[in-house]
Design a protein around this ligand. Structure first.
Ligand code: MN
Length: 129
């Protein structure tokens, strides 16, 4: 399934790797380097999934997730957090902020696209054109 994915990530290398893997799998990726520009991108265009770095300058990923979840226009859009915080309690905090799931950094190039795909809804009505 080809998806439109919004990637909110401040680290250029992480953006590059995630984008490379997703585009190679046929997905379309929109970038945002920080929370406010991510929210602006989400408002401009509907995405199939939002990949959200938690450690962002200024507005962190938890605040971004809460802002997205407060917007009725984003209802149903899956949010997957990407974080190098792996301490106990972080998972709960991420899910409580409104994320549907999370993955740990560094991302694994072997499994990244499959992990993302699990959060994409199957296409409605069967076969795609
Ligand atoms: Mn970051």
């Amino acid at each position: 399934m080809k998806a439109k994915i919004l990637l909110i990530e401040d680290n250029e290398q992480n953006r590059y790797l995630a984008t490379f893997l997703l585009e190679q799998a046929g997905h379309a990726v929109t970038h945002a380097p920080d929370g406010p520009s991510g929210l602006a991108s989400a408002g401009r265009e509907k995405h199939d999934l939002i990949l959200l770095d938690i450690q962002l300058p200024g507005m962190d990923g938890h605040a971004v997730a809460r802002a997205l979840r407060a917007d009725p226009a984003q209802a149903g859009v899956p949010i997957v957090a990407v974080t190098s915080y792996a301490m106990a309690g972080d998972r709960d905090k991420i899910l409580a902020a409104g994320c549907n799931g999370y993955m740990e950094k560094p991302i694994n190039p072997e499994t990244f696209v499959a992990d993302i795909s699990r959060h994409l809804r199957p296409p409605a009505g069967g076969s795609a054109p």
